[in-house]
Ligand binder design. Structure first.
Ligand SMILES: Nc1ncnc2c1ncn2[C@@H]1O[C@H](COP(=O)(O)OP(=O)(O)OP(=O)(O)O)[C@@H](O)[C@H]1O
Ligand SMILES: [Mg+2]
Length: 150
């Protein structure tokens, strides 16, 4: 696990942009943190790093949005979803085959996303700073997360 301090939204976006360089097809990132923590900002940085031209906006009302970059990016937000059965029905993994699946509030059903995933925990401080923890599982444990922390 590594933790990176991000004093501004630009720092959060830049961290995510660097993390995008470690992403492989079929990866899963589960974003965690309270309302307004910066999960969508972080996803915007991932999109930039993957060469997506479009602006990332919150998928809260549509549940998922898909963007095309060097590989597809599927961005989901489970905040309004009631049950884990409903989440299974969404078949997010199927929708993101060959691409990167990023799930806001995905940590609440972490076991549905398989052994290989990265949890990104965004912890707000009492100012604008966010402490962002990258918590690897499975194959993520072998990737050089320390390289993206600087
Ligand atoms: N260091 C920071 N990193 C990221 N966002 C920050 C930071 N400081 C302030 N912000 C602001 O916090 C807000 C984060 O909003 P964002 O929509 O990304 O949060 P979210 O975690 O996706 O919320 P929700 O749970 O409602 O989807 C933005 O308005 C952003 O400008
Ligand atoms: Mg959001």
């Amino acid at each position: 696990m590594i933790e990176v301090g991000c004093p501004s939204p630009d720092d959060t976006r830049a961290l995510a942009r660097r993390l995008a360089s470690l992403v492989r097809p079929d990866d899963v990132l589960l974003l965690k943190g309270p309302l307004g923590a910066g999960k969508t900002v972080f996803t915007g940085g991932l999109a930039e790093g993957l060469g997506v031209q479009e602006q990332v906006t919150s998928p809260t009302f549509v549940l998922t949005r898909r963007y095309d970059g060097f590989m597809p990016l599927v961005h989901a937000d489970l905040y309004r979803i009631g049950s884990s059965a409903e989440i299974e029905d969404l078949d997010l993994l199927g929708e993101a085959v060959g691409g990167l699946l990023v799930v806001e509030w995905g940590d609440v059903v972490e076991n549905q996303f398989g052994a290989d995933h990265l949890v990104v925990d965004i912890i707000p401080d009492d100012d604008e700073t966010r402490h962002i923890r990258l918590i690897p599982h499975g194959t993520w444990c072998d990737r050089p997360l320390n390289e993206v922390s600087v």
